[in-house]
Design a protein around this ligand. Structure first.
Ligand SMILES: [Zn+2]
Length: 99
């Protein structure tokens, strides 16, 4: 797993600390997008957009840079669920056609 490290101000530590984040595995998503003939692409983009906020390595606190991220995250989760079902539907219809 490719971890991203960056120095950020932690509100809990009240100091500049090392934060780690786990960006989505772009190779895996690229393969899925290819297999689904691009149907996975919007989901991949949303996963990139909603990736977990960086976590403080000192106290373990997840940084909340964006106060609106929680309600936005809910909205995105619903969108992801809908797109996910659409993606599965498209994938299965493509697979059934190739039979
Ligand atoms: Zn901290």
């Amino acid at each position: 797993m490719a971890q991203k490290n960056e120095m950020m101000v932690c509100r809990n530590c009240a100091d500049m600390t090392m934060h780690i984040s786990n960006p989505p595995n772009n190779l895996v998503h690229g393969i899925i997008t290819f297999l689904c003939v691009g149907a996975w692409f919007p989901i991949w983009m949303i996963l990139l957009a909603i990736q977990k906020n960086p976590q403080c390595t000192k106290c373990g606190r997840i940084s909340e840079n964006n106060p609106t991220s929680k309600s936005f995250g809910k909205f995105v989760l619903i969108t992801v669920a809908v797109l996910f079902l659409l993606g599965i539907g498209m994938c299965s219809s493509i697979l059934s056609h190739s039979h």
